[in-house]
Design a protein around this ligand. Sequence first.
Ligand SMILES: C[S@@+](CC[C@H](N)C(=O)[O-])C[C@H]1O[C@@H](n2cnc3c(N)ncnc32)[C@H](O)[C@@H]1O
Length: 1008
Amino acid sequence: MAELIPLSLKDTPALIETVFPAQKVSFEAQKERKANLGQTLTGLGSYWKGRKPLILVRAIVLGSLLPPTADAEKDLEIYEQLLAFDEGGLARRALANNAFSPKEVARTLALSNPWDYFVCPFKNEELTPEEALLWEMPLDSEKVGINLRWQRDLPDSDKLDLYLRMLEISPNYEARAALCKRPEELDQTELYSSVWPKVNAHYQHLGINAYSHQELVEQLGLLRFGHRPKVGDTFCGGGSIPFEAARLGCDVYASDLNPIACMLTWGALNIIGASPEKRTEIEHAQREVAEAVDTEITALGIEHDSLGNRAKAYLYCLETRCPETGWMVPLSPSWVISKTHNVVAKLIPDEKKQRFNIDIVSGVSNEEMKAAELGTVQNGCLTYYVNGKTYTTPIKTLRGDYKDADGNTANRLRQWEKLDFKPRSDDIFKERLYCIQWVTADSLNKKQKITFFAAVTEDDLNREQRIEQIVANNIAQWQQLGLVPDMPIEPGDKTDEPIRTRGWTYWHHLFNARQLLHYSLYISASRKNPNPISTIMLSRSVDSSSRLTRWDSGNGQDRVANTFSNQALNTLFNYACRGFLHLKGQLQYDVWGLLNSHFEVKNSVTNKIASLTNSITDLFITDPPYADAVHYHEITEYFIAWLRKNPPAPFNEWIWDSRRALAIKGSGDDFRRGMVEAYTAMTQHMPDNGMQGVMFTHQDTGVWSDMVGIFWAAGLQVVAAWYIATETTSELKKGGYVQGTVILMLRKRELGDKPGFKQKILPAVRREVEAQITQMMHLNADVTNKLGEPVFNDSDLQMAGYAAALKVLTAYTHIGGEDVTTFALRPRVKGEISVVDEIVQQAAEAANSLLIPEGLGAETWQKISGIQRFYLRMMDIETTGASKLDNYQNFAKAFRVEDYTRVMGNMAANKARLKRVTEFASRELTESTELGASWLGYLAIGLQQLLADVEPQAVISQIQADLPEFMEVRPLLIDMLLFIGKKAPEPQVKEAAEILAARLRNMRAIGQ
Ligand SMILES: C[S@@+](CC[C@H](N)C(=O)[O-])C[C@H]1O[C@@H](n2cnc3c(N)ncnc32)[C@H](O)[C@@H]1O
């Protein structure tokens, strides 16, 4: 066996420069996202949005370390095995998920020896075991009246054989992987044990001998860099990149400007990756603090009633005086309390006091539930009914909105002051407790708690007052000690809302007296034994109970939603506050995992990278901020306000301020300058054979060119680009745009000047694109022959085309006399087409001319316009069952289609499809539309006519009359019709296309 020679792979490219299982990673990444709280890092703080999927990070790290060999197909096979995307990995993952029942297996597979696997206790007395012994499968066990079970001691290897056969029947990767657990959910030793001999054999010539990812990574690091690979992420956010890199065995260096990001990353590495001893210690410490507070709350008697029931949640609403009637009216968009138990709040008018009593009624009829859905806030107005009349006043009027001298909207809400924690008696919006969810005394110590909802009693109000008194007496001191926030809310895009809609000016105004008491007791108790984990738990809990936590009675559950269930600070008319009993869970976290690598987390600005690590970092993997995707700097102030005083070590080394001014944000000139500085600093801290992987969301070509310009100016050269589909329908609704993630792989550009000119670069770009795509199509053909499914789909090839173009372009230092830094930093003029845009477009065209849809003649493809190429290409892609909207959007861009939406039949994120030939209205096919003016448009009209029983001859005569160039383009029309005949989803269109094609073809025969 060869020996491992350090640095022997020093100058070898990385596998990710040529292959990446983008489709599979896309699917697995979406699967990870959909796991919601099941995601590994989310539990530390679900308020941090936009963590990058761990599986994506894993694929990038591995792809950056693995070397290509002479056998590209085998390289890919090993790469996929290391990610558990291969057939064997899928079978193990499906087995862990118990994806197939014995009944399903028996019904599906041909088995001559079924009783090697199954047993069946006989339900049907007429059957004897002897008879059953003669059976073969497939067999419908239900029909014959037996209940199959797996044999008790059946080894997993036998089950796996059957699972492999079952999975083979699934039509594609998505269908197979949908049956599986995620790779990270399985025991890693078991999942990969059969992979290592194959990996070691494949890399035998390099001396690789590994039995875990960590060993493999360490050995690859030695071969490439002379040591275990060091991975840096200077925009570490929620910590996915450093965490996953550490889990794979890399040493990691993470930093972020924002202390909350640093805290979460620190938590990922230290809590989730803690050793068994540390885990016990952490869990013990958490429990101790939570119990201490619980004892105190119980002693104060503020969350138990006289019968020993204990409150789980308190529901509050705003209350205001109606300007028309003078009545005090509670405000809530809905009075439904529980959909599962049909509980509602009923407003009972009290004429004398001119206010409403609020009754809580359980088990009401469905009509009453429906009625309760209409609250007293409807369409931005206070709306209520009293004395036979409905009164409606816009909330804006209640607030007293007006335009100030500068034309800004202001209002007459009182601005709350530093010691305020509740509305004053003369405030426009007051607050009222209207319902309590109790846990019965009997079930308090049981696992299954029994709860009920009740109206507020005098006793409850007395308890409220006691809390308010405690807070009023102590708030000034608490603020001084840092037990509750004393930080003003700085206006901003997201932080304006609480100020404008409630008059809240300090962060603690977002919490009521009970919440302030809970948290101050917790901080005080945790200070007795300062520990960073309490700080992380505190952030989790302040997210889970505040004046912004909605009461959610949808989806068959009654629960308190989180403050950051979206990425804003939305104020509410009614909200839910957790009782401590219910908050306690948020203060404890089940710790697991073990990381052996070295890791560091620093709180620093990216361009001050020197403080990140004294040594050189081999791989930088980053997910930079841009285009105001999430306002981390503003949102996190909500947490910083709580944590900034006296943070425990090591958090005390960080700056507890969001440093808004230093955050890279937006997409303008400042953004580009900040990014160039950041990436230049990273490049300078990278060895010559180092690499960078940058992820960013693909929004439009503008972002593309900006990003490329930035990395280029930072001294980097693009070596590969991959595209991962990450959109979900709900994200689409929110953002209004299609999302996917681009991964750009970059290396240091060679030193020295390399001037270039467009005329010289363009042919080089074409050559590179052609070479790249041809190579990939080759691999596709090999893999399809073997596995029945290609590695790359058309969008991967398209993306690779871009990457090839950028590789050529970013090798230059000057284009047409302008150096790249000037180019990147030059302010953008709206509508300007930069050299990057132009080259990207050229690359797309070069790629497109190679990617002829199967079944269409090359000559036809060269001659038809963008919209026709788009329609036919997508028609071809649809035959594979693809239905992602971003695919359509990307191709529309590549084909320079003006408005692809006009040829779309469905624009749903995952159900997108073209408009069918029969669905086009005639106005959509007139000369003035993109499609209508094309040959394909005329053919569509012809097909519609044919389907409407117009004589074929008349249809042809019409096309001939409409197209002066008819005779020249006739072969092309025939080719397109034959293509439609093969690809159209509806049989009648297929048939019509064939008829029309045959007629056109026969014209020559009859000499027309
Ligand atoms: C898109 S997020 C990273 C998310 C992360 N990859 C994850 O998976 O959770 C970008 C991060 O960049 C940080 N950031 C913005 N400007 C910065 C600067 N000038 N220096 C360092 N970090 C900065 C933000 O605080 C934010 O955490």
